[in-house]
Design a protein around this ligand. Sequence first.
Ligand code: ADP
Length: 454
Amino acid sequence: MSDQFGVVTPLLRMALRTEPDVFLMRQRGREVAAAVGLEHQDQVRLATALSEIGRYLLGVVPTPARSEVLFSVDAARAVLAVEVTTDLSGRQERQLSEVLAVGRLVDTFDVERRDPATVIRLTRRIPPAAGPLTPAQLEVVRGKLGSSVARTPLEEMAEQNEQLLAALEQARAQRDELARLNDELGETNRGVLALYTQLSEELDETNRGVVALHAELDDRSVQLWAVSEAKTRFLANASHELRAPVTAIIGLARLLVDPSSDPLTDEQRQQLELIRGSARDLLALVNDLLDLAKAESGTIEPAWSDIELRVVFGQLRATVAPLATRPEVELVVDDPEPPAVIRSDEILLTQILRNLLHNGLKFTSQGQVRMTAESDGSTWTLRVSDTGIGIPTELQERIFEEFYQVPGKSSGGTGLGLPYARRLVTILGGTLHVESRFGEGSAFVVQLPVRSET
Ligand code: ADP
């Protein structure tokens, strides 16, 4: 025998005619299910589904003699099927599917018209644990079922009650287990909540710390700014106040040594020259200080214009050449390739480059001091290199600090030239850094945007 699912083996047939048959149908359902290896719960489910169907059919079918029940197995697919062939109207067929909650108890539940009858078909999968059902085994099952005695309705009712009690017991055990799990969940939740509370307290604590730290940092930077302001103001005021008396000392000393003044002894003349020299140094320092203070106070406003670099280079060549007094040192200023135009402040740019050229000449006893310029279209790189004493690597940033001079190499300067030059370069929107090898020479590199004005 075969159907749409494959080869099926009939196990048992029975007729559904009277009320006791409903009990029998239930009993047989359980027995067949047990015989093919369905689990206990599934046996009860199938039995319940069948007794529901039987009960319904007895109520609605006027000639119950027509209802036939067939239990069969599709061994290849491991499916137990029950077909109830009966006689229902179309309305009853629809009603059957709607009224009976049988579908939930089995894997499939179909009501199908196979004229002139109606076939109600239930299936349930046989679990793999039951093992494959061979024809021989199915024969045994069939034999067992054939010899099974029909119980009385009372016996079947007692069996049903027992199953109900077992189901209730199981439901109670499940409810207890659920309650236990709920308790556990509650416990875990409390733990998680406690952990969360602790973590958020710690986070709050940390946040408060960070906020306090920020406030302190803000305070510090305000203090720093105030200190730096005060320093700049002091430098500006002090140097300004010093300039007049120092200039006066230089003038007076010059007057005293002037041939038109009263004659002086050689000793006096020498001392006056010393006074004049020291006063000149002091004036240079005061002037440098004043420049730096001005640059730092942020009051320098560049006067932007398009500058011809060749013009600036030409002027520098002319004004710095007199400082190149050593015959062993050559001053070379390479004119940049035209067009060499930069948007900048001419006076500030000239000051920066003169300062660097001057340093180069001061610290070079042999070779050359050279200035070059090249542009990549967006940046001008102005380089003042020398073959002088060079600067030890570890001091190459320190020389940009105020008053710092490389020990043992005093040139009589103030130690303010480079910090001032760097400050000016920054004001012009660029950078100044040094590349140097101790004992071989240095290169001071100014990089400026071709158009830095904003
Ligand atoms: P100053 O030249 O008045 O001492 P700067 O600020 O211009 O002050 O320079 C700081 C120090 O950097 C110098 O004293 C010197 O030690 C070092 N330095 C500057 N330029 C050069 C150079 N071209 N070669 C070697 N050392 C230099």
